[in-house]
Ligand binder design. Structure first.
Ligand SMILES: NC(=O)c1ccc[n+]([C@@H]2O[C@H](COP(=O)([O-])OP(=O)(O)OC[C@H]3O[C@@H](n4cnc5c(N)ncnc54)[C@H](OP(=O)(O)O)[C@@H]3O)[C@@H](O)[C@H]2O)c1
Length: 333
């Protein structure tokens, strides 16, 4: 009988996750009841929030030892007992870290064929793209010549935000973890400059690159980077608090920035949760499709192959070793 391989959390990591913290387990093929749909996973999205779920610190809930790892997928309908879905439909859903999943119709969103390649439904035109768009365009409202600073500059959210900021005439400075990533940011993503977080002094480089301060800081990392940048804000700066890459693998959180420089800059700090912007997903996709069409918006995808390789790919992401959006291709298209 056909089986369904799934990845479960074996042990909750204390620091950086390792492949040994996961187990690949054969389970019985799921069967759809009346009104349900059976899907074959095509692409699985790997995202940093999963590390917080493993630590019991995420708003969407906890993944405990022995439980299936959760995640968003692009899946193909292979059996339908619901009139709204047909075999062959491509859908976006929480199919989780497994080869097959069963869903109620309300858990599935049909993916438009305009989203091509289909993996863009999890990257540039999916949750990370929506996060970047909501933070930069709808919250920070960039103006021409604003200085925009983006850490994790070549990652899924960061690379989208960087390209969108350029499209709005901003001066865009990235922060990334290697000279190779910095070169990619400048040469392929259009950043004006990029700071190597491992070999350069951030405060010194900001003094050189933007002596009048940072107008928009799209914070994807928290930690000491946030503290340093909050001392370099321009008047009326906007700070988008979005992620904590520097802290996810640590048992405790870095203390936050001092208020004095934030008061002096009359800055606005806004927390961003992408779920709040779901009702505007179509508007974001329509706008970004036009920029993709004109060649001004792109996404590097870091695609691992096969469910067995999902744990190692996730560990690479949490070690900062990914090159663009971390995905796993599970089945052939
Ligand atoms: N609030 C929301 O609703 C929301 C939604 C989506 C994503 N996010 C957040 O946005 C951030 C980016 O997510 P993403 O999916 O686009 O990931 P990503 O940028 O594709 O990958 C994570 C990157 O973080 C960087 N990083 C910086 N400091 C790090 C450290 N100490 N350890 C490991 N990596 C470090 C690494 O790039 P470098 O080595 O180049 O620095 C790494 O490649 C995450 O914090 C995520 O949680 C938030």
């Amino acid at each position: 009988m056909q089986e369904n391989l799934q990845v479960q959390l074996a042990h909750t990591p204390e620091g950086n996750p390792e492949p040994e913290h996961f187990q690949v387990v054969p389970t019985p093929m799921p069967q759809p009841d009346d009104g349900q749909v059976l899907c074959a996973t095509q692409y699985l999205s790997l995202d940093p929030y999963m590390r917080s779920q493993m630590a019991g610190r995420h708003m969407s809930g906890t993944v405990s030892s022995g439980e299936l790892m959760r995640g968003e997928t692009i899946s193909k309908v292979i059996e339908s007992k619901h009139p709204d879905f047909a075999v062959g439909d491509i859908v976006r859903c929480f199919g989780n870290w497994q080869q097959y999943s069963v869903h109620k119709a309300s858990e599935l969103s049909k993916q438009s064929p305009k989203i091509s390649p289909m993996s863009y439904g999890l990257s540039l035109l999916g949750m990370p793209g929506l996060t970047a768009y909501a933070g930069l365009i709808w919250i920070a409202k960039p103006k021409a010549n604003d200085v925009v600073l983006i850490p994790a500059a070549t990652g899924a959210v960061g690379s989208t935000a960087g390209q969108l900021a350029k499209l709005h005439g901003c001066r865009v400075i990235g922060i990334a973890g290697s000279d190779e990533k910095c070169a990619h940011a400048i040469n392929n993503l259009g950043y004006d400059a990029c700071i190597n977080r491992k070999t350069e002094d951030l405060a010194e480089r900001l003094n050189e690159l933007c002596p009048d301060g940072v107008d928009i800081y799209f914070d994807l990392v928290g930690g000491e980077t946030l503290n340093t940048v909050c001392n370099k804000l321009a008047l009326n700066a906007r700070v988008i608090l979005c992620g904590l890459m520097e802290d996810y693998n640590k048992p405790t959180r870095t203390p936050g920035p001092m208020p004095g420089p934030i008061i002096g800059a009359r800055a606005t700090l806004t927390g961003l949760v992408v779920y709040d912007w779901e009702p505007r997903r179509d508007e974001f996709i329509t706008d970004c499709l036009s920029h993709i069409g004109s060649g001004k918006l792109t996404m590097q995808e870091d695609i691992a192959h096969g469910i067995n390789n999902a744990p190692a790919a996730f560990c690479r992401l949490m070690n900062g070793e990914n090159r663009g959006k971390a995905l796993v291709k599970i089945a052939s298209e």
